[in-house]
Write a protein of this length. Structure first.
Length: 357
């Protein structure tokens, strides 16, 4: 199968993780704890890492949070980005305390000498800065010039911030253009991708609760990634940030951009189905959740498409009347009663993955 051709970019590193077209697309999230609650923040960061997060961002709204960052960075299992607004001293303190990246808008930091101080400190530590533009917080002059929130207004805003950094010789830059409207987010990122070689961070902001975010993020992030645009992603879900990771991984797996974990192919069922396919598929999903090895598993309900899909997967079952055929690497192994299908499939998974399921 033909793969996605990634956009060529400048390559950056956050800690030991490469960002850019020469590296795999990474998954980010952001803690929603009080950063000063170091224990609680680290507990959430560890949960995020356990569920496949690559990079984490923490809010740094005041001096206490900037100081807390020191211990968080030391004990975090993944690179930490400090989210800074308005106060340049918080960026300097966060850099001093070891953060691997900054998220800020040079335009809201104030005087140019303040930006120079941040850029100098970041350059000395080889720390990238993400310039983030949100459709909900565009500058008044951009809104007036373009008659409201438009993709061009977002791009111009981002380039203005980027130019501030470039003028002082800083080019360890990532860019994000986020909007709650999916078409706007897609168009803005397409336009900026034509103008710069910096890595792009993708996300549909304020995407809502889990189901709403799943759809918006899959369409927005997925469309751009399918065009080779995007180097790191963050799915926005109201609530526990760990839930973002299931969506993010699913998007990357659907596009063939990440092979980690089990990819289950199951049919929607129809009147031909003669086994309880939902129950079987759910059990297989639950039993294989902890497997990191890339495996494609087909769970099919009838003899029409089932055998073909099962043969194309690493492992699979195709249901019949109260029973099913078990496949491995395209070959039928045996016929199995419905009540034993899940265990039989898991036994075969165990042989390949080397993990009891």
């Amino acid at each position: 199968m033909e793969g996605i051709r990634r956009r060529e970019t400048i390559d950056l590193f956050l800690g030991g993780i490469g960002i850019g077209g020469a590296h795999p697309v990474t998954i980010q999230s952001m803690t929603n704890t009080n950063t000063c609650d170091i224990t609680g923040t680290l507990e959430q960061i560890r949960r995020l890492a356990l569920h496949g997060c690559d990079i984490v961002r923490v809010a740094v709204p005041d001096d206490s949070a900037a100081e807390a960052v020191a211990k968080i960075v030391r004990e975090s299992p993944m690179p930490v980005i400090a989210d800074i607004h308005f106060d340049y001293s918080l960026a300097l303190s966060s850099l001093k305390n070891g953060v691997h990246g900054l998220r800020l808008n040079p335009g809201n930091i104030g005087a140019e000498w303040k930006i120079k101080e941040i850029a100098k400190a970041a350059q000395e530590r080889n720390v990238p800065i993400r310039v983030g533009v949100n459709s909900g917080s565009l500058e008044k002059e951009q809104l007036a010039k373009h008659g409201g929130v438009t993709s061009r207004a977002m791009v111009e805003s981002a380039l203005k911030h980027v130019n501030i950094l470039e003028k002082i010789g800083f080019n360890l830059i990532k860019i994000s253009l986020k909007a709650s409207g999916v078409p706007l987010m897609i168009q803005a990122n397409r336009e900026i991708a034509e103008k710069v070689k910096y890595p792009l961070h993708l996300g549909v902001t304020e995407a809502g609760l889990y189901e709403s975010s799943s759809i918006k993020s899959a369409v927005g992030i997925g469309t751009l990634l399918s065009e080779g645009i995007g180097d790191t992603i963050r799915v926005s879900v109201t609530g526990d940030p760990v839930r973002e990771l299931t969506i993010a991984h699913s998007i990357l797996k659907a596009l063939g951009l990440r092979k980690k974990g089990v990819d289950i192919v199951s049919c929607p069922t129809c009147g031909r189905c003669q086994v309880d396919l939902f129950k079987i598929a759910k059990e297989v999903e639950e039993k294989t959740a902890g497997i990191n090895q890339p495996l494609k598993i087909a769970v099919m309900g009838c003899v029409v498409n089932g055998p073909g899909e099962a043969r194309e997967a690493d492992l699979g079952i195709a249901g019949g009347k109260g029973s099913g055929l078990l496949f491995s690497k395209g070959k039928i192994i045996r016929k199995v009663p419905e009540s034993e299908l899940v265990q039989a499939l898991c036994d075969e998974i165990d042989k390949i993955a080397g993990k009891e399921v």
